[in-house]
Write a protein that binds this ligand. Structure first.
Ligand SMILES: [Zn+2]
Length: 436
């Protein structure tokens, strides 16, 4: 999970409980595919030291990508839209500033008061260049406003009030990785609204390739209606050794657990072979550095054709309610949670609304891009955001996870999604006017 968000959902494990609700034959079948031993096998590989914490742009994540591809191949998934492989490649840019100068109303601004977000190597702008002028006034909520201007796809000069002098340098992070864009956004730290300005900047621009791993089970009848199961397979890589000398951030919970769930669900539905809607199994790269993988993936879909997204993030530990429970971010924004509950009735497993609303988890995970376009896209999680001991530490290892409970959660996701996968239930859409 990216530093600020998530959702959790947990369900029950005992086969007997599912047997009550779903008949002992189907309970047996699901247990044969989704069980603690099978979960452990995948989870162990993804969180092994061999993968070096799966940081985006490193050889470690490449090993994870190959492993996920091999799992999708074994399950017999198809590729998305007839692609040549399960890889969904895309390119990002990384820029390194070389120089920047700005003159506003005849006065020179220091380079430390200029941040340029652009794919160009040479940037020149003045009051005749057609840049839209925008302001971040004192007291504004800095982060969301900055994102709004960066994503607006317009040439924009953003004048940032001097009261943000301390936070202004953080804008540099938006130049570290960005999507290719024809637009330039220039941030100046100044409290004046200049009548005339002139800005020149030089930067080095490097292209970096990365890929989501995506597999598909075409629907029997409703092929153009998509149901997405997803999780992110990147994590933080390695850092300073902790007290035990461990420097690898294995990300066993964050989010090898979600990736494991996606693989298990792919195995399950591929064997079941009766999905009326098209199921898409997606594992995303670059979540921890800004959810770039899911943003790219999500924008390849017509949102109207996506009926539901089950994003799965950090399901390796018990939720705050104990085992057999999980939470759903943005629960109240659609009726998807109610549909899942209905399908789980009698199983002993419970989905709850996200108990950490102040964490804004609905906006902080890979469901966000589609949710903002109205898709019932939620994240299912068990992470205790106020006390998850190993969150973003080298201690996030498989030994701290509960395989039995994880298998129960994954089974419950499979069972709870049934009427949506069958095309019998269609969750209501997110009201985008109500989003921040
Ligand atoms: Zn994380």
């Amino acid at each position: 999970m990216r530093i600020p968000v998530i959702t959790t959902i947990l369900l029950l494990s005992a086969g007997s409980l599912f047997a009550q609700a779903h008949g002992s034959k189907s309970a047996q079948q699901i247990d044969q595919i989704i069980n603690p031993a099978a979960v452990e096998k995948i989870e162990k590989t993804l969180s092994s030291d061999d993968m070096q914490g799966r940081a985006t742009f490193t050889p470690g994540i490449e090993k994870a990508a190959e492993f996920i591809e091999s799992q999708f191949r074994q399950a017999g998934l198809k590729t998305l839209n007839g692609a040549g492989s399960y890889r969904q490649p895309f390119t990002m840019l990384a820029t390194t500033p070389v120089s920047a100068t700005a003159t506003i109303d005849g006065q020179q601004l220091g380079a430390d008061r200029i941040v340029v977000v652009s794919a160009a190597t040479h940037i020149q702008a003045d009051d005749h260049s057609g840049f839209e002028k925008a302001f971040i006034k004192a007291g504004a909520s800095f982060g969301p406003v900055v994102l709004k201007y960066i994503k607006a796809k317009k040439n924009t000069l953003v004048l940032v009030d001097s009261s943000f002098a301390k936070t202004f340098p953080r804008l540099a992070r938006f130049t570290r990785q960005q999507f290719k864009s024809d637009n330039t956004v220039i941030f100046l730290l100044t409290s004046t609204d200049p009548a005339s300005y002139s800005i020149t900047a030089e930067q080095q621009v490097t292209e970096k390739d990365l890929a989501n791993i995506v597999g598909v089970l075409p629907g029997k009848s409703k092929k153009e209606e998509y149901v997405i199961f997803s999780g992110h397979y990147d994590h933080l890589g390695s850092g300073k050794p902790d007290a035990k000398g461990d420097s690898i951030y294995n990300g066993a919970n964050d989010d090898a657990s979600g990736t494991t769930a996606v693989i298990m669900l792919a195995n399950y539905f591929a064997k079941k072979k009766d999905n009326e809607r098209t199921l898409v199994f997606a594992t995303f790269t670059a979540e921890e550095i800004g959810e770039f993988g899911s943003e790219y993936f999500s924008n390849q879909f017509d949102p109207e054709k996506v009926m539901a997204m089950f994003n799965i993030e950090m399901i390796g530990t018990e939720s705050k309610w104990g085992t057999n429970s999980a939470y759903i971010t943005g629960f109240e924004r659609t009726d998807m949670g109610k549909i899942l509950e209905k399908n789980l009735a009698g199983s002993g497993f419970n989905f709850y609304p996200d108990p950490y609303p102040q964490e804004n988890l609905f906006y902080r995970s890979d469901n966000a891009t589609l949710a903002k376009q109205g898709v019932p896209a939620h994240t299912i999680s068990t992470s205790k955001m106020d006390s998850e001991k190993y969150y973003h530490t080298a201690g996030d290892e498989i030994g701290t996870l509960d395989m039995k409970n994880m298998a129960a959660i994954i089974r419950s996701i499979a069972i709870s999604s049934k009427s949506i996968v069958d095309g019998k239930d269609t969750p209501t859409r997110v009201d985008t006017k109500e989003l921040r």
